[in-house]
Design a protein around this ligand. Structure first.
Ligand SMILES: Nc1ncnc2c1ncn2[C@@H]1O[C@H](COP(=O)(O)OP(=O)(O)OP(=O)(O)O)[C@@H](O)[C@H]1O
Length: 549
């Protein structure tokens, strides 16, 4: 009687032989390939696949290299590695097959060829549940790949334009003017400003207005990438430089931005060792990927940004002076929100609209008290912080109009009716009263605006005073224009729309003129923030008594 052998080696030999016999007899077809990858034998069953593979008979097939006659086969890989592929799906022009591939070894253990078996043809019917799952996973993978590619190309398109930089204050207009100018050049731009002042927004806007707009905009937040990975992130990795995921190599951000713009956020966090390399790329427009001796040419415009004091870092030896000067070619300083409190109203309008649109919610507005309360804050986080505050209040409240309490604030006192001081010109709001009209704002509230009110409310130039030197026509016109605008703003409590109407000019023209007279712009903001009602164009009773009427 033939029993199972006792020693392990004999058991294994028996198992292998039995397995082979079972596979070979149940398989739909089998083939043997020699060390040179040539087909040396096919089973009877295999012959029925020949027409679908494009062969009339066995003689056309046997003797040829397997990779030439069976598309997508991995038989060559099994011979070259000596590793079996026990179960696999093979798809080619003949259909989809469940296959198994085993190396064949000679007496010395060397691989002398391989055997391939078609375990099942039409697995889509015989192995339906598995195949359905496979097809679903494949479809999901394809879709994810497609989405990733679309996302990557979307991420590399500019998200903002210069008109998206909200603000009509002199400081905001100046930023936009500078942005338009630098967009016409290819030189390096350095954006300086506190956190949340719109540096990233402006980087997108400059790229969008530049000749590179159709090419990628690639961003790197230097502070967010671990120091050890930054070099590879910037300059890329040559194929074969590393094992594992990096084996195939990958492009760095400079290469990805080729022809376009690279936005380097938080440039002040650049490690010293990399600063020299960055300088070289900026100067030469060429780089060496990690693990490569080849120099790669790139054409990249760099926009860098920082909220740190780079000049002080240079002085302390923390930032290379040569890199600083290379970056500092076209610096643009973004003003803090405190410096342009007059833009808060416009920002609030745009941000509230955006919050509602993004959340698919009904729009909300601010009541005048809330606007005054917001204008009285310091906003160390600038526009980002303002946006967050609005978002929070928007989501936490059911009211259509947001009040100071929705921001955890109390309403600053309403302006008192200002008395007319003796000697003040007709319709002129006396300086001290104007400052008092702002109420008592919270710490640090619009002090610049208050000062501007004092300046802007100084008595108009007395054009017929014989003691004054003869003014030119231009100077007289400017003085009249300035006074007319100041007066209209006073009559409308700083409401620019209403002031423009009183002056019979468009709002855009008024904004343009306010850009010319920043002290009037600041005064308008301070008054609007202190005004009892934004819509009112009628001066309060106490004013009309002595006002221009
Ligand atoms: N002038 C502006 N008009 C409209 N939105 C603005 C303006 N400035 C900033 N924002 C908005 O405020 C948020 C913060 O802006 P951004 O990220 O550009 O600031 P940042 O200066 O780059 O900040 P950080 O230094 O923290 O990276 C964004 O939602 C941006 O759209």
């Amino acid at each position: 009687m033939n029993d199972i052998p006792q020693d392990a080696e004999a058991v294994l030999r028996l198992a292998a032989q039995s397995m082979f016999d079972v596979l070979a007899s149940t398989a739909q077809g089998a083939m043997v390939v020699n060390r040179e990858h040539r087909v040396v034998w096919i089973s009877e069953g295999y012959k029925r696949f020949l027409p679908a593979l494009g062969f009339r008979d066995e003689s056309e097939f046997v003797g040829r290299r397997v990779e030439e006659v069976v598309p997508n086969t991995l038989m060559a890989q099994v011979i070259d590695t000596g590793q079996p592929i026990l179960v696999d799906l093979l798809t080619n022009k003949a259909g989809t097959f469940l296959v198994s591939r085993l190396p064949l070894r000679g007496p010395g253990g060397d691989v002398i060829g391989a055997m391939g078996m078609v375990l099942l043809d039409h697995p889509e019917t015989t192995m339906q549940p598995l195949m359905t799952k496979f097809a679903c996973l494949q479809a999901e993978l394809d879709e994810t790949r497609r989405q990733l590619a679309a996302e990557q190309s979307r991420n590399r398109r500019p998200k903002h334009r210069i008109i998206d930089f909200v603000g009509a204050s002199a400081a905001a207009l100046d930023v936009k003017r500078q942005a338009r100018r630098v967009a016409q050049t290819d030189a390096t731009v350095l954006l300086l400003g506190e956190t949340g002042t719109g540096k990233e927004l402006l980087a997108h806007a400059i790229h969008a207005a530049s000749r590179r707009a159709a090419r990628p905009l690639v961003s790197v937040n230097i502070a967010a990438v671990p120091e050890t990975l930054l070099e590879a992130e910037f300059f890329g990795v040559a194929p074969g430089a590393y094992t594992g995921a990096e084996r195939k190599g990958r492009d760095g951000k400079f290469k990805l931005a080729d022809g376009g713009t690279l936005f380097l956020d938080e440039i002040g966090d650049m490690p010293a060792a990399l600063q020299a390399k960055l300088l070289r790329v900026l100067q030469e427009q060429e780089l060496e990927p990690l693990g490569s001796n080849e120099v790669v040419k790139v054409d990249v415009r760099v926009i860098a940004a920082t909220s740190r004091d780079l000049a002080a870092m240079v002085a302390r030896g923390e930032f290379r002076a040569d890199l600083f000067y290379r970056l500092h070619v076209l610096p643009i300083r973004l003003p803090s929100l405190r410096e342009r409190a007059e833009d808060i109203e416009a920002l609030v309008d745009v941000l509230l609209e955006d919050i509602a649109r993004r959340g698919g919610l009904a729009p909300k507005t601010l009541d005048p008290g809330a606007l005054r309360a917001l204008a009285a804050q310091r906003w160390p986080g600038n526009v980002r912080e303002l946006r967050n505050a609005l978002e929070q209040a928007f989501l936490m409240s059911d009211e259509e109009q947001l009040a100071p309490e929705h921001f955890g604030l109390t309403e600053p006192p309403l302006p008192q009716a200002p008395p007319t001081l003796p000697g003040a010109g007709a319709g002129t709001l006396a300086p001290t009263a104007a400052v008092a009209a702002i109420g008592a704002p919270a710490v640090g509230a619009i002090p610049d605006g208050a000062r501007a009110m004092e300046r802007a409310d100084a008595a108009p130039v007395a054009l017929d005073d014989p003691s004054l030197p003869q003014a030119t026509l231009g100077a007289r016109k400017a003085s009249l224009e300035r006074e007319a605008i100041a007066q209209a703003l006073r009559r409308t409590h700083g409401n620019r729309m209403a002031a423009a109407r009183l002056l019979a000019i468009s709002r855009a023209t008024l904004y343009e003129k306010l850009g010319k007279y920043p002290e009037l712009a600041a005064m308008a903001a301070a008054m609007a923030a202190a005004a009892p009602s934004r819509a009112s164009v009628t001066a309060p009773a106490a004013w009309t008594a002595t006002g221009p009427g």
